[in-house]
Design a protein around this ligand. Structure first.
Ligand code: PMP
Length: 370
Protein backbone atom coordinates (compact mmCIF):
# COMPACT_ATOMS: atom_id res chain seq x y z
CA UNK A 1 0.00 0.00 0.00
CA UNK A 2 1.28 3.47 -0.80
CA UNK A 3 -1.09 6.16 0.42
CA UNK A 4 0.30 9.64 1.01
CA UNK A 5 -2.38 11.17 3.20
CA UNK A 6 -0.36 14.04 4.62
CA UNK A 7 -0.89 16.66 1.92
CA UNK A 8 -1.48 19.36 4.55
CA UNK A 9 2.21 19.04 5.45
CA UNK A 10 3.42 19.09 1.86
CA UNK A 11 2.34 17.93 -1.59
CA UNK A 12 4.03 16.00 -4.37
CA UNK A 13 5.58 18.46 -6.83
CA UNK A 14 3.47 18.50 -10.00
CA UNK A 15 5.07 17.75 -13.38
CA UNK A 16 4.65 21.31 -14.64
CA UNK A 17 6.47 22.70 -11.59
CA UNK A 18 9.29 20.14 -11.88
CA UNK A 19 9.72 21.08 -15.55
CA UNK A 20 9.70 24.81 -14.80
CA UNK A 21 12.22 24.48 -11.94
CA UNK A 22 14.55 22.26 -14.00
CA UNK A 23 14.45 24.66 -16.92
CA UNK A 24 15.35 27.58 -14.71
CA UNK A 25 18.23 25.67 -13.13
CA UNK A 26 19.61 24.20 -16.35
CA UNK A 27 19.09 27.09 -18.76
CA UNK A 28 17.63 30.09 -17.00
CA UNK A 29 20.27 30.32 -14.29
CA UNK A 30 21.24 33.93 -15.00
CA UNK A 31 20.90 36.54 -12.33
CA UNK A 32 17.63 38.42 -12.84
CA UNK A 33 19.35 41.64 -11.76
CA UNK A 34 21.91 41.36 -14.58
CA UNK A 35 21.28 43.85 -17.35
CA UNK A 36 22.33 41.68 -20.32
CA UNK A 37 19.62 39.96 -22.35
CA UNK A 38 19.83 36.60 -20.59
CA UNK A 39 19.42 38.25 -17.18
CA UNK A 40 16.53 40.34 -18.46
CA UNK A 41 14.84 37.21 -19.81
CA UNK A 42 15.00 35.61 -16.35
CA UNK A 43 13.67 38.82 -14.81
CA UNK A 44 10.70 38.58 -17.22
CA UNK A 45 10.05 34.98 -16.08
CA UNK A 46 10.00 36.18 -12.47
CA UNK A 47 7.59 39.00 -13.29
CA UNK A 48 5.35 36.66 -15.31
CA UNK A 49 5.23 34.33 -12.29
CA UNK A 50 4.31 37.25 -10.05
CA UNK A 51 1.49 38.15 -12.47
CA UNK A 52 0.15 34.58 -12.51
CA UNK A 53 0.00 34.46 -8.71
CA UNK A 54 -1.38 38.00 -8.45
CA UNK A 55 -4.16 37.08 -10.85
CA UNK A 56 -5.06 34.08 -8.68
CA UNK A 57 -5.30 36.45 -5.70
CA UNK A 58 -6.95 39.30 -7.63
CA UNK A 59 -4.27 41.78 -6.56
CA UNK A 60 -1.76 44.03 -8.30
CA UNK A 61 1.51 42.15 -9.03
CA UNK A 62 3.63 44.82 -7.33
CA UNK A 63 1.89 44.11 -4.00
CA UNK A 64 3.28 40.54 -3.94
CA UNK A 65 6.79 39.94 -2.57
CA UNK A 66 8.55 36.59 -2.92
CA UNK A 67 10.02 35.16 0.29
CA UNK A 68 11.40 31.77 1.36
CA UNK A 69 8.02 30.46 2.50
CA UNK A 70 5.07 31.27 4.69
CA UNK A 71 7.15 31.02 7.87
CA UNK A 72 9.18 33.96 6.64
CA UNK A 73 6.09 35.85 5.46
CA UNK A 74 4.37 35.39 8.83
CA UNK A 75 7.45 36.40 10.82
CA UNK A 76 7.82 39.48 8.63
CA UNK A 77 4.25 40.50 9.36
CA UNK A 78 4.74 40.12 13.10
CA UNK A 79 8.01 42.07 13.00
CA UNK A 80 6.98 44.91 10.73
CA UNK A 81 3.19 44.98 10.83
CA UNK A 82 2.90 46.06 14.44
CA UNK A 83 3.51 49.78 14.23
CA UNK A 84 1.72 51.40 17.13
CA UNK A 85 3.79 50.18 20.05
CA UNK A 86 1.07 51.22 22.46
CA UNK A 87 -1.52 49.24 20.57
CA UNK A 88 -2.51 45.60 20.84
CA UNK A 89 -2.30 42.52 18.63
CA UNK A 90 -5.18 40.08 18.18
CA UNK A 91 -4.52 36.54 16.95
CA UNK A 92 -6.47 33.28 17.17
CA UNK A 93 -5.52 30.22 19.24
CA UNK A 94 -5.52 28.31 15.96
CA UNK A 95 -2.57 30.11 14.39
CA UNK A 96 0.39 28.26 12.95
CA UNK A 97 3.53 28.49 15.14
CA UNK A 98 5.07 30.90 12.60
CA UNK A 99 2.45 33.45 13.68
CA UNK A 100 1.93 32.32 17.25
CA UNK A 101 5.56 32.26 18.34
CA UNK A 102 6.57 35.69 16.97
CA UNK A 103 3.41 37.10 18.57
CA UNK A 104 4.41 35.57 21.89
CA UNK A 105 7.94 36.93 21.50
CA UNK A 106 6.34 40.39 21.32
CA UNK A 107 4.21 39.56 24.34
CA UNK A 108 7.34 38.64 26.29
CA UNK A 109 8.58 42.15 25.49
CA UNK A 110 5.47 43.66 27.03
CA UNK A 111 3.14 43.95 24.03
CA UNK A 112 -0.57 43.42 24.69
CA UNK A 113 -1.19 40.26 22.65
CA UNK A 114 -4.73 38.90 22.80
CA UNK A 115 -5.44 35.33 21.78
CA UNK A 116 -8.99 34.50 20.77
CA UNK A 117 -10.24 30.95 21.44
CA UNK A 118 -11.72 28.66 18.81
CA UNK A 119 -15.29 27.41 18.75
CA UNK A 120 -15.92 23.63 18.75
CA UNK A 121 -16.43 23.99 14.98
CA UNK A 122 -12.68 24.68 14.68
CA UNK A 123 -13.25 28.23 13.44
CA UNK A 124 -12.53 31.28 15.58
CA UNK A 125 -15.09 32.21 18.25
CA UNK A 126 -16.51 35.28 16.52
CA UNK A 127 -18.07 36.83 19.67
CA UNK A 128 -14.80 36.50 21.55
CA UNK A 129 -13.04 38.07 18.56
CA UNK A 130 -15.44 41.01 18.63
CA UNK A 131 -14.69 41.48 22.32
CA UNK A 132 -10.91 41.27 21.82
CA UNK A 133 -10.68 43.93 19.09
CA UNK A 134 -10.85 47.53 20.27
CA UNK A 135 -9.86 50.99 19.08
CA UNK A 136 -6.25 50.29 20.15
CA UNK A 137 -5.88 47.18 18.02
CA UNK A 138 -3.00 47.68 15.64
CA UNK A 139 -2.51 44.24 14.05
CA UNK A 140 -4.82 41.25 13.63
CA UNK A 141 -3.73 37.84 12.37
CA UNK A 142 -6.32 35.13 11.78
CA UNK A 143 -5.58 32.27 9.41
CA UNK A 144 -7.89 31.61 6.47
CA UNK A 145 -7.97 27.84 6.93
CA UNK A 146 -6.57 25.69 9.73
CA UNK A 147 -3.66 23.36 9.03
CA UNK A 148 -4.81 21.14 11.91
CA UNK A 149 -8.49 20.67 11.12
CA UNK A 150 -9.20 22.32 7.76
CA UNK A 151 -11.70 24.61 9.49
CA UNK A 152 -12.33 27.82 7.56
CA UNK A 153 -12.58 31.18 9.29
CA UNK A 154 -15.22 33.72 8.19
CA UNK A 155 -12.56 36.22 7.06
CA UNK A 156 -14.89 38.82 5.52
CA UNK A 157 -16.95 39.00 8.73
CA UNK A 158 -13.80 39.36 10.84
CA UNK A 159 -12.40 42.07 8.56
CA UNK A 160 -15.67 43.97 8.87
CA UNK A 161 -15.41 43.89 12.67
CA UNK A 162 -11.86 45.25 12.50
CA UNK A 163 -12.72 47.98 9.99
CA UNK A 164 -15.51 49.27 12.21
CA UNK A 165 -13.78 48.99 15.60
CA UNK A 166 -10.15 49.66 14.66
CA UNK A 167 -10.06 51.34 11.23
CA UNK A 168 -6.28 51.82 11.28
CA UNK A 169 -5.42 48.22 12.20
CA UNK A 170 -3.78 45.90 9.67
CA UNK A 171 -5.54 42.60 9.01
CA UNK A 172 -3.23 39.69 8.16
CA UNK A 173 -4.32 36.22 7.20
CA UNK A 174 -2.16 33.12 6.80
CA UNK A 175 -3.56 31.74 3.57
CA UNK A 176 -1.27 28.73 3.22
CA UNK A 177 -3.98 26.08 3.55
CA UNK A 178 -6.51 28.11 1.57
CA UNK A 179 -4.61 29.26 -1.51
CA UNK A 180 -5.55 27.14 -4.53
CA UNK A 181 -8.35 25.52 -2.53
CA UNK A 182 -10.78 28.20 -1.42
CA UNK A 183 -11.81 31.50 -2.96
CA UNK A 184 -8.78 33.73 -2.40
CA UNK A 185 -9.97 36.94 -4.02
CA UNK A 186 -8.09 39.28 -1.70
CA UNK A 187 -9.84 42.41 -2.92
CA UNK A 188 -13.13 40.80 -2.02
CA UNK A 189 -11.80 39.55 1.34
CA UNK A 190 -10.37 43.04 1.94
CA UNK A 191 -7.35 41.84 3.95
CA UNK A 192 -4.18 43.99 4.19
CA UNK A 193 -1.66 41.16 4.33
CA UNK A 194 -1.81 37.53 3.16
CA UNK A 195 0.81 34.74 3.25
CA UNK A 196 1.05 31.87 0.76
CA UNK A 197 3.43 28.96 0.21
CA UNK A 198 4.19 26.90 -2.91
CA UNK A 199 4.74 23.44 -1.45
CA UNK A 200 1.14 23.00 -0.30
CA UNK A 201 -0.17 23.22 -3.89
CA UNK A 202 2.24 21.06 -5.85
CA UNK A 203 5.08 23.59 -5.97
CA UNK A 204 8.64 23.40 -4.66
CA UNK A 205 9.65 23.95 -1.03
CA UNK A 206 11.40 27.09 0.14
CA UNK A 207 9.32 29.60 -1.79
CA UNK A 208 6.31 31.63 -0.72
CA UNK A 209 4.97 35.13 -1.01
CA UNK A 210 3.50 37.91 1.07
CA UNK A 211 0.76 40.17 -0.24
CA UNK A 212 0.90 43.62 1.33
CA UNK A 213 -1.67 46.18 0.23
CA UNK A 214 0.79 48.83 1.44
CA UNK A 215 4.47 47.86 1.74
CA UNK A 216 5.78 46.87 5.16
CA UNK A 217 9.23 47.99 6.31
CA UNK A 218 11.92 45.98 4.50
CA UNK A 219 12.57 42.48 5.86
CA UNK A 220 16.11 42.14 4.51
CA UNK A 221 18.32 44.90 3.19
CA UNK A 222 21.23 44.46 0.82
CA UNK A 223 21.08 44.27 -2.95
CA UNK A 224 17.62 45.82 -3.09
CA UNK A 225 15.79 42.95 -4.79
CA UNK A 226 11.99 42.70 -4.52
CA UNK A 227 11.59 46.50 -4.65
CA UNK A 228 14.03 46.83 -1.76
CA UNK A 229 11.73 44.92 0.59
CA UNK A 230 13.47 41.56 0.62
CA UNK A 231 17.05 41.65 -0.60
CA UNK A 232 18.82 38.52 -1.78
CA UNK A 233 19.17 36.99 -5.23
CA UNK A 234 15.76 35.65 -6.15
CA UNK A 235 14.98 31.93 -5.92
CA UNK A 236 14.17 31.88 -9.62
CA UNK A 237 13.50 28.12 -9.98
CA UNK A 238 11.24 28.32 -6.93
CA UNK A 239 9.37 31.40 -8.15
CA UNK A 240 8.74 30.04 -11.63
CA UNK A 241 7.86 26.61 -10.20
CA UNK A 242 5.41 28.22 -7.77
CA UNK A 243 3.53 29.92 -10.60
CA UNK A 244 3.54 26.73 -12.69
CA UNK A 245 2.03 24.82 -9.76
CA UNK A 246 -0.59 27.49 -9.11
CA UNK A 247 -1.58 27.43 -12.77
CA UNK A 248 -2.26 23.71 -12.76
CA UNK A 249 -3.32 22.93 -9.19
CA UNK A 250 -6.78 21.43 -9.26
CA UNK A 251 -8.85 23.69 -7.07
CA UNK A 252 -11.14 20.77 -6.49
CA UNK A 253 -11.32 19.27 -3.03
CA UNK A 254 -10.65 15.54 -2.91
CA UNK A 255 -13.97 13.95 -3.95
CA UNK A 256 -13.56 11.25 -1.36
CA UNK A 257 -13.53 13.38 1.78
CA UNK A 258 -17.18 12.86 2.79
CA UNK A 259 -16.77 9.12 2.35
CA UNK A 260 -13.58 9.25 4.39
CA UNK A 261 -15.35 11.03 7.25
CA UNK A 262 -18.31 8.63 7.13
CA UNK A 263 -16.12 5.55 7.16
CA UNK A 264 -13.89 6.82 9.97
CA UNK A 265 -17.00 7.40 12.07
CA UNK A 266 -17.81 3.69 11.86
CA UNK A 267 -14.65 2.91 13.87
CA UNK A 268 -15.73 2.55 17.52
CA UNK A 269 -15.04 5.53 19.81
CA UNK A 270 -13.83 7.75 17.01
CA UNK A 271 -14.67 11.40 16.66
CA UNK A 272 -14.21 13.92 13.87
CA UNK A 273 -12.88 17.21 15.26
CA UNK A 274 -14.51 20.36 13.92
CA UNK A 275 -17.63 21.01 11.90
CA UNK A 276 -17.52 19.52 8.37
CA UNK A 277 -19.80 22.35 7.21
CA UNK A 278 -17.12 25.00 7.73
CA UNK A 279 -14.23 22.91 6.41
CA UNK A 280 -12.03 23.31 3.34
CA UNK A 281 -12.69 19.72 2.35
CA UNK A 282 -8.97 18.87 2.30
CA UNK A 283 -8.28 17.85 5.91
CA UNK A 284 -9.95 15.45 8.34
CA UNK A 285 -8.93 15.62 11.99
CA UNK A 286 -10.01 12.45 13.77
CA UNK A 287 -9.51 11.21 17.34
CA UNK A 288 -9.55 7.60 18.51
CA UNK A 289 -10.16 7.20 22.23
CA UNK A 290 -7.66 4.98 24.01
CA UNK A 291 -5.04 5.20 21.27
CA UNK A 292 -1.70 7.01 21.22
CA UNK A 293 -1.50 8.88 17.94
CA UNK A 294 2.26 8.59 17.44
CA UNK A 295 2.11 4.81 17.80
CA UNK A 296 -0.81 4.64 15.37
CA UNK A 297 1.10 6.86 12.97
CA UNK A 298 4.10 4.50 13.06
CA UNK A 299 1.91 1.43 12.56
CA UNK A 300 0.24 3.06 9.58
CA UNK A 301 3.60 4.11 8.20
CA UNK A 302 4.79 0.47 8.41
CA UNK A 303 1.76 -0.44 6.27
CA UNK A 304 2.44 2.30 3.70
CA UNK A 305 0.04 4.98 4.87
CA UNK A 306 1.37 8.43 5.76
CA UNK A 307 -0.82 10.55 8.05
CA UNK A 308 -0.05 13.54 10.28
CA UNK A 309 -0.33 13.81 14.03
CA UNK A 310 -0.73 17.57 14.39
CA UNK A 311 2.05 20.06 14.73
CA UNK A 312 2.10 20.31 18.52
CA UNK A 313 2.78 16.59 18.83
CA UNK A 314 6.15 17.07 17.18
CA UNK A 315 7.35 18.50 20.46
CA UNK A 316 7.78 16.49 23.63
CA UNK A 317 4.47 17.77 24.95
CA UNK A 318 1.39 15.68 24.16
CA UNK A 319 -0.71 18.83 24.16
CA UNK A 320 -2.21 20.45 21.11
CA UNK A 321 -3.26 24.03 21.71
CA UNK A 322 -5.49 24.17 18.62
CA UNK A 323 -7.58 21.13 19.51
CA UNK A 324 -7.58 22.11 23.19
CA UNK A 325 -9.01 25.49 22.31
CA UNK A 326 -11.82 23.75 20.38
CA UNK A 327 -12.68 21.79 23.52
CA UNK A 328 -11.23 18.42 22.48
CA UNK A 329 -10.54 16.29 25.59
CA UNK A 330 -6.96 15.31 26.58
CA UNK A 331 -7.63 11.71 25.46
CA UNK A 332 -9.03 13.03 22.17
CA UNK A 333 -5.85 15.04 21.71
CA UNK A 334 -3.67 12.04 22.54
CA UNK A 335 -5.48 9.91 19.95
CA UNK A 336 -5.66 12.51 17.19
CA UNK A 337 -4.41 12.04 13.65
CA UNK A 338 -4.74 14.39 10.70
CA UNK A 339 -5.65 12.87 7.36
CA UNK A 340 -5.19 14.97 4.24
CA UNK A 341 -5.61 12.87 1.11
CA UNK A 342 -4.50 14.11 -2.29
CA UNK A 343 -6.85 15.55 -4.85
CA UNK A 344 -6.58 12.35 -6.90
CA UNK A 345 -7.36 9.91 -4.05
CA UNK A 346 -9.99 7.38 -5.10
CA UNK A 347 -12.93 5.87 -3.17
CA UNK A 348 -11.21 2.47 -3.38
CA UNK A 349 -8.09 3.86 -1.74
CA UNK A 350 -10.22 5.42 0.99
CA UNK A 351 -11.96 2.11 1.70
CA UNK A 352 -8.65 0.22 1.76
CA UNK A 353 -6.91 2.85 3.92
CA UNK A 354 -9.73 3.08 6.46
CA UNK A 355 -9.77 -0.72 6.76
CA UNK A 356 -6.09 -0.59 7.75
CA UNK A 357 -6.71 2.27 10.18
CA UNK A 358 -9.56 0.29 11.79
CA UNK A 359 -7.38 -2.79 12.15
CA UNK A 360 -4.51 -0.77 13.68
CA UNK A 361 -6.79 1.09 16.10
CA UNK A 362 -8.35 -2.20 17.25
CA UNK A 363 -4.93 -3.83 17.65
CA UNK A 364 -3.66 -0.92 19.74
CA UNK A 365 -6.76 -0.93 21.93
CA UNK A 366 -6.44 -4.69 22.35
CA UNK A 367 -2.86 -4.24 23.50
CA UNK A 368 -3.85 -1.64 26.06
CA UNK A 369 -6.88 -3.47 27.41
CA UNK A 370 -5.77 -7.07 26.82
N1 PMP B 1 1.12 28.40 7.91
C1 PMP B 1 0.42 27.29 7.75
C2 PMP B 1 -1.07 27.31 8.03
C3 PMP B 1 1.02 26.10 7.34
O1 PMP B 1 0.31 24.98 7.20
C4 PMP B 1 2.42 26.13 7.10
C5 PMP B 1 3.16 24.87 6.66
N2 PMP B 1 3.14 23.86 7.64
C6 PMP B 1 3.12 27.33 7.27
C7 PMP B 1 2.43 28.44 7.68
C8 PMP B 1 4.59 27.42 7.02
O2 PMP B 1 4.82 27.42 5.64
P1 PMP B 1 6.30 27.18 5.04
O3 PMP B 1 6.51 25.71 5.13
O4 PMP B 1 6.18 27.67 3.62
O5 PMP B 1 7.24 27.98 5.83
Amino acid sequence: MNLFWDNASTTPVCAAAVKACCEMMAEGYYNPSALYDKGLAVKRRVEDARKTLATALNIKPETLTFVSGATEANNWVMQAGFKNKNGNIVISEGEHPSVYQPAFALKARGVDVRTVPLAPSGAIDVSAFERAVDANTSLVSVMHCSNETGSVNPLSDLVRVVRSKAPRALFHSDGVQAFGKLRTDLLYLDVDLYSISAHKIGGPKGIGALYAKHPLAALLVGGGQERGLRSGTENTPGIVGFAAAAACYHSQAPQCIDGLRRQLCTIANSRINGDPHCNSGYIVSVSFEGVKAEILQHMLSDRGICVGTGSACSSKSKDNRVLRSMGVSPSGIEGNIRISPGTETTDEEIAAGVAVIRECVETLRGKIHG
